[in-house]
Every structure is written in C-alpha cells, then in structure tokens.
Write a protein that binds this ligand. Structure first.
Ligand SMILES: O=P(O)(O)O[C@@H]1[C@@H](OP(=O)(O)O)[C@H](OP(=O)(O)O)[C@H](O)[C@H](OP(=O)(O)O)[C@H]1OP(=O)(O)O
Ligand SMILES: Nc1ncnc2c1ncn2[C@@H]1O[C@H](COP(=O)(O)OP(=O)(O)O)[C@@H](O)[C@H]1O
Length: 303
C-alpha cells in the first residue's frame, strides 16, 4: 500500500494533485523521476554509484540503498510513472528529528542552462549558501508527545539568516526547541558527539571527499536524523547522516569536489562549535555544583 511519507521535510511533495514521493509498507521510498533531465541524471547517478567498485563500503552506508526503477501509480493521478525505488531511510523511526541541509555555496552544475544558473544564483545569494557553504532546506524537530514537532514552513526557512542557521542547529539537539527560549543543547554530546555521533559521521564523509574525484555532488543534501525520546530513555540516539538528492550530480573527471567539500567543512565547523560550547558549560556547571550533573543552558554566557 503506497502512501504519502510522514517524514518528508523538503523537496517536491505529493498532495493537492502534485507529483511527489510515496512510501510503501516494506521500507521503500519511491521518488518520481523529475522532468527535464533531472530524473535521468538521478537514475544515472544511482546506477553508476551502485556498480562502482571504487566506493568503499563504509561510504556506501551514507547513501540510501537503490532498488532500481519501477512504474508506479503516481501521486498526482497521472497513471503509472517511472519512480526510483530507494530505501526509506526513516522506516521504523520513532518521532525522528530531521534536518535537510543542502551542501555547497553553489547549487547549479556545469551543464545547467543560463536561466537555471540565474535562478540558483539568486537563491544561493539570498539564502545562506553563498555565505556559509550550506543552507537548511527543511526540518522537523520533535518536541514532546503533547506538542509534537516543530516544522517551520518553507517561507520561514527561506528567510533563515546565518544566525538563524546556528540557532536551529542548536535547537536540533535541545530539549526546549520552542520559539523564544535559548536552546539548552541537552542532547548535543549524545547526538552530535561521541564515536557514532553526527560529527564523527560527517568527518568520515569529509575524509572521503578529500580524495574522491568520481562525482561532483551539486545541490545534494545531507540529512541529519536523531530520536530524542530514545536519548531520554538512555537508548541509542539513532544519530544518522545520509546523503540524498542526486538530480544535479555530474562526473568528477579526476577533480576534487571543492564545492561540496567546502560546504561540508563549514557545517562541521558549526557543529563542532556547538559541541565545544555545550562541553564547556557542562564542565562549568558540574564544577559549580558537582552533585548535579546538569547542563548549563546559555552558550553565550561566559561565566
Ligand atoms: O522543480 P522546480 O523547478 O520548481 O525547482 C525547485 C525549486 O522550486 P521553485 O524554485 O520554488 O520553483 C525548489 O525551491 P524551494 O525549495 O521551493 O525554494 C528547490 O530549490 C528544488 O531544488 P531541490 O529539489 O531542493 O534540489 C528545485 O528543484 P531543482 O530544479 O533544483 O531540481
Ligand atoms: N531515501 C529516502 N527515504 C526517506 N525520505 C527521503 C529519502 N530521500 C529523500 N527523502 C525525503 O524527501 C525530501 C526531499 O528529497 P529530495 O531527494 O531532495 O527530493 P527533491 O528532488 O524533490 O528535492 C528529503 O528532505 C527527505 O525528507
């Protein structure tokens, strides 16, 4: 039984007669092939990535598994249409907090038309891509059983400044993500930190991007996922990094993907700073009151 995904935070969405992805009960995410050459480019990427023996296994795990293409009843009622059949990366997740971060200061590929370059350039300049090397494209942050998720609408996300981006990255690992309060970064050390945390995974990806010259990942997103309820119950945080959206990937032709690598390094710096900040305040807080292992809430306060 195909249905509209619950956990989609960005991109083209099904509903209101629009074409968008569907998920099934067996853990598949079916993404319709986009028009122009975007759909065929994404199929080309998944096909060549799957068969390329030079991709190490520890890097493959950052990509959704690919199960080929299939004709599937489209979400917009236009009959059977070709879809990419991918692993549903949120399958089995309980209330996942998700952030879709488009990497790179430039989002168009070298084969793009003049009009498309202009459209992307305007967006990259207006949003944080040019300034930071990445931008937040979508998110949902789980707050509590009562209030559910904080899922800002597209318009609000489009207006995020560099400071907003920093704040939202802190909210992602906080127990108080509602508007108007200073995020406490309670979950920073378990979600961002540690050997299996998001920072460690991003550093592993970076190490590969420092030498891989097979593909250039224009307009591709890093998805960051975690389950805060599991942290509270002292289970694994389920912190995971995945890469999605390969409609603008081109061959690397022996050249380092500086655009992606630069953006990834910038994201790593932002996350490292949040971790350092929350570590310093945790240490200060326990020094001030060694009986309580509470986490200091204000990252901007220096005493
Ligand atoms: O499909 P389009 O032409 O509407 O363009 C999408 C954009 O819509 P808009 O400019 O608002 O019409 C869309 O923009 P918004 O997120 O809606 O601002 C995205 O930029 C999307 O890129 P991606 O799929 O996230 O890589 C854009 O898709 P790509 O063309 O970059 O694949
Ligand atoms: N394999 C996947 N499994 C589950 N959700 C996914 C998967 N790929 C993408 N998504 C969801 O869909 C959103 C948009 O994906 P994307 O590939 O960027 O689509 P588009 O090309 O329409 O922008 C992501 O932010 C994420 O929420």
């Amino acid at each position: 039984m195909l249905k509209v995904p619950n956990n989609q935070v960005a991109g083209h969405q099904a509903g209101d007669g629009k074409l968008g992805p569907l998920v099934d009960d067996s853990g598949h995410f079916c993404k319709p092939l986009q028009s122009d050459d975007r759909g065929s480019k994404e199929v080309f990427f998944y096909t060549s990535f799957s068969s390329n023996t030079n991709i190490p296994n520890h890097i493959r795990r950052f990509f959704p598994n690919f199960h080929g293409t299939q004709l599937i009843e489209a979400s917009n009622g236009s009959g059977k249409q070709p879809h990419l059949v991918l692993q549903d990366i949120f399958c089995g997740r309980l209330n996942p907090s998700i952030m879709d971060i488009k990497i790179g200061s430039r989002t168009w590929d070298p084969e793009a038309s003049e009009d498309y370059i202009q459209k992307c350039f305007m967006k990259d300049t207006k949003r944080s891509s040019l300034a930071l090397g990445f931008r937040i494209d979508g998110l949902q942050i789980y707050e509590s059983e009562g209030s559910g998720f904080w899922k800002p609408d597209r318009q609000l996300i489009h207006e995020f400044t560099a400071d907003d981006v920093r704040l939202v990255l802190r909210k992602f690992v906080s127990s108080n993500s509602s508007a108007g309060v200073d995020p406490d970064c309670t979950f920073a050390s378990t979600v961002y930190g540690g050997s299996g945390g998001i920072l460690a995974q991003l550093l592993e990806l970076k190490e590969w991007f420092e030498h891989q010259t097979i593909f250039h990942f224009y307009s591709c997103s890093v998805l960051m996922v975690c389950e805060k309820e599991s942290v509270v119950k002292e289970m694994s945080s389920g912190a995971e990094v995945k890469l999605v959206d390969f409609a603008h990937v081109v061959e690397g032709k022996g050249i380092i993907d500086h655009n992606f690598l630069g953006g990834l390094c910038s994201l790593i710096k932002f996350i490292s700073e949040i971790l350092t900040c929350s570590d310093v305040h945790t240490a200060k807080a326990s020094l001030q009151d060694p009986r309580k292992n509470y986490i200091y809430t204000n990252c901007d306060t220096d005493n």
